[in-house]
Design a protein around this ligand. Structure first.
Ligand code: NOJ
Length: 570
């Protein structure tokens, strides 16, 4: 056995061989820190073959646009074969591409073409349920003793009805009776989306194999669908009513029996190990609708691995963005939550996605929607975060609900009409230009109608207007890349008593600090900062009021919903 001295000498020699500079180098920053991730709803982004439905080759065609906007990664909602009852969230094969969207060769070309432009590709992984047309479920249904029976959740009924009182997220009982074997199966979403049984280890093995199938050729990671719901109460106890009636006409229920069960964290830890087994900072992004930051914190995990946790790389912070109106005090609380409540890890802010009304009109007041959208973009892109955008957000696409029940495509809208109009309104075709079908498709009819707003509001028009929302997003993303304080700086909220203005200073050692101020009110307002918060003249980096090269930050005048971003002298 070697003596300790000999071993120490060998270690020191090895360290010396690395050289002093090398030994002092900090670990490289993972790509996703401070990145901009852009969600694409493939049905609606770009149709390349004239069938009225977006596809993979259409996305490839638009990569230059995305590179020019400055995005680091795209997330594609499901592109797997699917009966499309829930538009791809009902997967019938986890290892193939739905022919509606293209072929595996098209997908490989998309990933390679994106990589050439330094854009990574994240795909959706639906863990909670499959389609009822998946081979696994077809087998499971066949008989009570089929080897796949226990891959799903089957129970006997109770008193002539379903096994318990659980209500599906998409309305009505979460159980469907199957006459073939005289039992009920659980579906937390549509009846065509049976829940998998994650207490059966074979389910995990199959799903992790599917994950490897995509990680092997270079997919950057997954957005994990409905990840908080994959386990249910093992005793299947009734849920507690919380009072009130949902948009589907059901009693509202507490979701403690079906959401956030502790067992899910072990699965995610194991999936993280799978992802971390690959080079290149693969990511697990979580669809994490959670009530508070303490719950969000749990999803990062505890032990350290590449960015500070051993579970999800980026659980979505859906609290900041999905408010019904902008309010300085609430935004401050949410930003502070993200600063202090998740142990300095990276928040993933989201304002828009394919399930919610678009922020342009959800947060807009009808009179200042574009100015308000600039505030939203500023909070999203000038904060210390990874930013998630949704296609069309950058041009202020409006939510356009179907006018008549017969036009509704989303199953939610069909179940809940007229109170619940569904999610079609935020999934309309991308508005590229003022040509046929907004440049989205050459088809006679697109899968959802192109909103009338396309003639005036589209990428081509906005690209030409220096003051457009599109150019605002581009400039913000460029600033975020160019200025160390915006890229890596800490956040200090300033003027925290101001009810009109949300303001913060980003600072990184040895570089000029940057002040960001957003008037979140419809009145002109002067922001007054204390000398210890920021002082002197600031050089304007981006401002909604053009023409001011520098301002004194002691009294910073902002127009209604005005934004100012400036570099401080000190
Ligand atoms: C969340 C997805 O974002 C949504 O579109 C889908 O309907 C449900 N999960 C069920 O998969």
């Amino acid at each position: 056995m070697k003596s300790i001295t000999v071993m120490l000498a060998a270690m020191l020699a090895a360290m010396a061989a690395l050289g002093p500079a090398r030994a002092a180098e900090p670990a490289p920053k993972p790509w996703w820190k401070g990145a901009v991730i852009y969600e694409i709803y493939p049905r609606s982004f770009q149709d390349s073959d004239g069938d009225g439905l977006g596809d993979l080759n259409g996305i490839t065609r638009r990569l230059d646009y995305l590179a020019d906007l400055g995005v680091d990664a795209i997330w594609l909602t499901p592109i797997y074969p699917s009966p499309q009852v829930d538009f791809g969230y009902d997967v019938s094969d986890y290892r193939a591409i739905d022919p509606r969207f293209g072929t595996m060769a098209d997908f490989d070309r998309l990933v390679a073409s994106a990589a050439k432009r330094h854009i990574r590709v994240v795909i959706d992984l639906v863990l909670n349920h499959t389609s009822d047309q998946h081979q696994w479920f077809k087998q499971s249904r066949r008989s009570r003793d089929d080897p796949k029976r226990d891959w799903y959740i089957w129970r006997d009924g109770r008193a002539g009805g379903p096994p318990n009182n659980w209500i599906s997220i998409f309305g009505h009982s979460a159980w469907k009776y199957d006459a073939l074997t005289k039992q009920y199966y659980l579906h937390q979403f549509m009846p065509e989306q049976p829940d998998l049984n994650w207490r059966n280890p074979a389910v995990e093995t199959a799903m992790f194999d599917a994950a490897r199938f995509w990680l092997d050729p270079g997919v950057t990671g997954f957005r994990l669908d409905a990840v908080t719901s994959i386990y249910e109460d093992p005793a299947f106890r009734d849920a507690k009513p919380t009072g009130g009636i949902s948009n589907f006409g059901d009693p509202n229920q507490d979701r403690a029996m079906t959401d956030n069960l502790p067992e899910v964290h072990d699965v995610i830890k194991r999936l993280r190990k799978v992802a971390d087994g690959y080079a290149g900072d693969r990511v697990l992004i979580g669809e994490t609708y959670l009530p508070n930051v303490a719950e969000l914190d749990k999803w990062y995990g505890t032990a350290g691995s590449n960015g500070g946790g051993d579970e999800l790389t980026l659980p979505m912070d859906l609290q900041l963005g999905f408010a019904d109106r902008l309010d300085a005090a609430t935004l401050r609380v949410r930003i502070m939550d993200a600063e202090t409540g998740i142990h300095r890890r990276e928040p993933l802010y989201v304002f828009d996605n394919h399930d919610q009304r678009r922020s342009w009109d959800r947060l807009g007041d009808g009179a200042h929607n574009d100015a308000i959208a600039k505030v939203v973009a500023t909070v999203l892109l000038a904060s210390r975060d990874t930013a998630m955008m949704y296609y069309g957000e950058e041009i202020g696409m409006p939510t356009t609900d179907p006018a008549r029940k017969e036009d509704v495509r989303d199953p939610n809208g069909m179940t809940g009409w007229p109170k619940e109009k569904g999610r079609d309104g935020s999934r309309t075709p991308m508005q590229w230009d003022a040509g046929l079908n907004a440049g989205f498709s050459l088809a006679a009819k697109t899968w959802l109608p192109v909103p009338a707003s396309y003639a005036a509001r589209n990428v081509a028009v906005e690209a030409r207007d220096p003051a457009s929302l599109l150019n605002w997003h581009k400039r913000l993303i460029a600033l975020r890349r160019a200025y160390p304080a915006l890229r890596d700086g800490d956040t200090r909220l300033v003027a925290t008593g101001d009810t009109n203005v949300l303001a913060w200073v980003r600072r990184v050692a040895g570089r000029p600090a940057v002040l960001v101020a957003c008037n979140v009110s419809a009145e002109a307002h002067t922001l007054r900062l204390a000398p210890d918060e920021a002082a002197g003249r600031a050089r304007v980096l981006l401002a909604s009021a053009e023409g001011t090269p520098g301002v004194d930050v002691a009294a910073l005048a902002l127009e209604p919903y005005g934004v100012f971003i400036g570099e401080l002298a000190r």
